[in-house]
Ligand binder design. Structure first.
Ligand code: SF4
Length: 319
């Protein structure tokens, strides 16, 4: 079957401007995208750059966007992408510095972020001597997290990274979980401090896209939320986060739903003029699109009284 690949090209040694090359190759019906790329490189254009390693959908080296959606090229069958036409678009990942063609900068994408969280165990004195037995349930949970093969699919699916590339991202934070929850780890507080810095755990918007994307079922979002819960429990948070949570809860308690305008204002802090000014462009866009109700004039949703009573019951029980 004849397949046409339209491949993103960027050569930093020339003017570096991105372009697209079109290649048509004959492939068997069960061929993968990677097989198509290998054929192009071997028979048509040896300058085409892409990465691949295990060829079994494990290592993540060949991750790229196939018709705008992230895939491992080695297990992506071309037939799955040619139902609407014989052309397949290949691009590097979104928002990641591209080195050449489909080869992107893994250091910037993930490795530098993983290094930030100190990805090694620092044992307690007791744990560094003799046997280091940990409860089975804990070992099972950690082993699940350790089955991460750093494919980066969760970071690719993350909805925060396209907005803020400096966010540590689900892959690095999942790695942090592995050490934060290891009972042999020497200083959990220190580790929590690292990930609670700006661009860390509090920046996750828990959209659960990372969980949807993880091919190993590791549930990175669940891991991030567990780190957050632990941070709260041991009293590690920051004022802005505390304001955010309080505003969120008050808004739902008072009107039955979330007033996002109020949330943004109260999270920044009413006295933080500089922070509030920064919100103006987003607020202007929201107003133009009719998505900005006036803060504090948010009408109540039906059943708001019932929601308020649930809050009050919860507050009573906490006393
Ligand atoms: S958590 Fe899952 S998606 Fe993220 S890098 Fe590890 S294996 Fe890949």
């Amino acid at each position: 079957m004849e397949i046409t690949f339209k491949v993103y090209r960027k050569d930093p040694e020339k003017d570096g401007k991105p372009d697209r090359s079109t290649y048509t190759v004959d492939l068997p019906g069960d061929a993968t995208v990677l097989e198509g790329l290998l054929k192009i490189r071997d028979e048509v254009d040896s300058t085409l750059a892409f990465r691949a390693s295990c060829g079994r959908g494990y290592c993540g080296e060949c991750m790229m966007r196939v018709n705008y959606s992230a895939r491992f090229a080695c297990i992506a069958k071309v037939s799955a992408f040619t139902q609407k036409g014989p052309e397949i678009l290949l691009d590097p990942l979104r928002n990641v510095p591209v080195i050449k063609d489909l080869v992107f900068d893994w250091d910037a994408f993930m490795w530098n972020k993983i290094k930030t969280i100190k990805p090694w165990l620092e044992s307690t004195d007791e744990a560094s001597e003799g046997e280091n037995l940990i409860p089975d349930a804990v070992a099972k949970d950690l082993r699940k997290v350790m089955s991460c093969f750093y494919c980066g699919m969760c970071d690719e699916g993350c909805t925060v990274l396209p907005v803020d590339f400096n966010f540590l991202g689900p892959a690095a934070l999942t790695k942090a979980y592995r050490f934060v929850f290891d009972p042999r780890n020497k200083d959990t507080r220190e580790r929590l401090k690292i990930v609670e810095e700006p661009k860390g755990i509090w920046d996750c918007v828990h959209c659960f896209e990372a969980d949807e994307h993880c091919p190993r079922g590791i549930e990175p979002t669940k891991r991030i939320l567990a780190i957050r819960d632990l941070a709260f429990k041991v009293g590690i948070t920051n004022e802005k986060v505390a304001r955010h949570h309080l505003s969120f809860a008050n808004s739902v308690k008072e009107s039955g739903w979330l007033d996002e305008g109020r949330l943004a204002v109260e999270t920044e802090g009413l006295s933080n003029i500089k922070g509030l000014m920064k919100l103006m462009p987003t607020a202007a866009k929201a107003i133009v699109r009719g998505k900005a109700p006036i803060p504090y004039l948010h009408s109540k949703r039906p059943g708001a009284e019932q929601i308020r009573r649930i809050f009050e019951k919860g507050e009573e029980e906490k006393k």
